[in-house]
Design a protein around this ligand. Structure first.
Ligand SMILES: NC(=O)c1ccc[n+]([C@@H]2O[C@H](COP(=O)([O-])OP(=O)(O)OC[C@H]3O[C@@H](n4cnc5c(N)ncnc54)[C@H](OP(=O)(O)O)[C@@H]3O)[C@@H](O)[C@H]2O)c1
Length: 247
């Protein structure tokens, strides 16, 4: 059976957890060959075992800019030039604006902005014309939630960057779009020091669909943006957020 990403070579950052993991599994299920990165070796191995021969896990930290070229080379050596790059790796940290110190600011910027910026730059050098780049943003680029100042600044930067990259890369028919999740039920909740119940209490009342989103729902949108089904869409910011930023 032919999949929606048959014969496409994909690189996903942060493919060993949450949304990224679901993207890796969904894309492999649709016929793609997928290399993915992450920092935690145990979960990298787990996802690699789950997806088998069509996948490859690579341990790399996106804030280590010098590592990007080697990651892309490893992906290309195994499966060929890239057709799709998904810049998904990211962290979230909550702190009131006046208490946000330089270390927190730098941590968020280094991973969510600088790591993404240079990741795309390395990927694009080894990408086939006609490719697709998906940048994972967030509803926080269009809506202000207390405590998320530095994180929101990173996602605003991602959205802005997408416009320029879409303009520059159009001559190679490479499309660049943003996938902006709302509150999604993934391990990032615990990593912010919240538990799932608190996340639900804080966000669900504001979500018109009255629930957290699921990683697979983000993967389905990533699949659309990665595939030729979205061939006339570039520079866009598609929100999958239960309506929290839209209604
Ligand atoms: N869940 C939400 O509510 C939500 C909402 C809006 C936007 N987003 C965005 O969606 C993306 C994925 O988040 P998620 O919810 O799936 O969270 P998650 O489960 O915590 O996954 C984050 C992924 O990013 C990787 N990562 C983080 N820092 C990295 C680094 N320095 N180098 C390489 N990989 C790194 C993690 O790898 P390790 O596990 O190895 O560290 C993990 O694979 C992020 O960009 C996030 O900002 C999430």
């Amino acid at each position: 059976m032919s999949g929606r990403l048959q014969s496409k070579n994909v690189l996903v950052t942060g493919g060993n957890s949450g949304i990224g993991r679901s993207i890796v599994e969904t894309f492999v299920g649709q016929g793609a060959t997928v290399s993915f990165t992450g920092r935690d070796q145990a979960t990298i191995d787990e996802v690699a075992a789950a997806v088998g021969e069509q996948g490859q896990g690579i341990r790399a930290d996106v804030s280590d800019i010098a590592s990007h070229k080697a990651v892309v080379d490893q992906a290309v050596d195994r499966f060929g030039k890239l057709d799709v790059f998904v810049a998904n790796a990211g962290i979230a940290e909550i702190r009131p604006f006046v208490e946000t110190d330089e270390a927190l600011y730098d941590r968020l910027m280094d991973i969510n902005v600088k790591g993404l910026f240079f990741g795309v730059q390395s990927a694009v050098k080894q990408m086939n014309d006609g490719g697709s780049i998906v940048l994972v943003g967030s509803v926080v680029s269009v809506k202000g939630f207390p405590g998320y100042s530095a994180y929101s600044a990173t996602k605003g930067a991602v959205r802005t960057l997408a416009r320029v990259l879409a303009a520059e890369l159009a001559e190679r028919n490479i499309r660049v779009n943003v996938l902006s999740p709302g509150p999604i039920d993934t391990p990032i909740i615990g990593r912010q020091g919240l538990d799932r119940g608190v996340m639900e209490e804080n966000f669900v009342p504001m979500v018109p669909l009255k629930r957290l989103g699921r990683a697979e729902e983000m993967a389905n949108l990533a699949l659309f943006l990665a595939s030729d089904e979205s061939s006339y869409i570039t520079g866009a910011d598609l929100h999958a957020d239960g309506g929290i930023g839209q209604v």
